[in-house]
Design a protein around this ligand. Sequence first.
Ligand code: AMP
Length: 208
Amino acid sequence: MNIVLLGAPGAGKGTQASKLVEKFGMCHISTGDILRAAVKAGTPLGVKAKGFMDAGELVPDNLIIDLMKERMQEPDTNKGVIFDGFPRTTTQAVALDSELAKMNRPLDAALLIDVKADVIVNRLTSRRMCKQCGYIGSVSDATCPQCGGEMYQRDDDNETTVRNRLDVYAKSTSPLIDYYRGSDLLVTVDGDRDPDVVFDDVISSLNM
Ligand code: AMP
């Protein structure tokens, strides 16, 4: 299966993606994770992307589309892909459709994890991630409950940047809900519940 995860920043896309990977062994492509690794390594892509990311703005479409096309050439994508944080604009969605059509691997669903904005601001400003394994936890996790690694706060999880990311989502990314509804691929789950309960709903909504 090839699935696009839709939802505001902090809706739980990364958490649900990890659960799907664990249960079904799919390939998880998170453009945010790829970009953060590029920033950390100081690659040309990372240098170009950093300013946009720190401000909570979108990295330009051409950079993201090139990154995605390259990533899709890797053999692990044969297993089926969970696209997390991509596409974020209609231009990216059209590019993804055309790339998948070329590879003869159609999209099976666009899963919208629906959470209200006020819940999101709280979630994101208290979110912490593991430096070692990428586990997504909260401020109450002194160390990573999964591997014992050090937890940190993402640079863009401060309140000012979070509010901008939500504005950017409303303006540039939420139109994709109608885009995928139009192609009959949209599946919606309520993301304002315990992650395991959301996951049960994800599996049954996708008939997995
Ligand atoms: P995320 O981890 O998905 O919340 O992404 C973190 C940041 O990376 C975003 O706020 C953007 O600056 C950038 N980013 C990630 N994915 C994309 C994308 N598909 N298009 C543009 N920018 C992106």
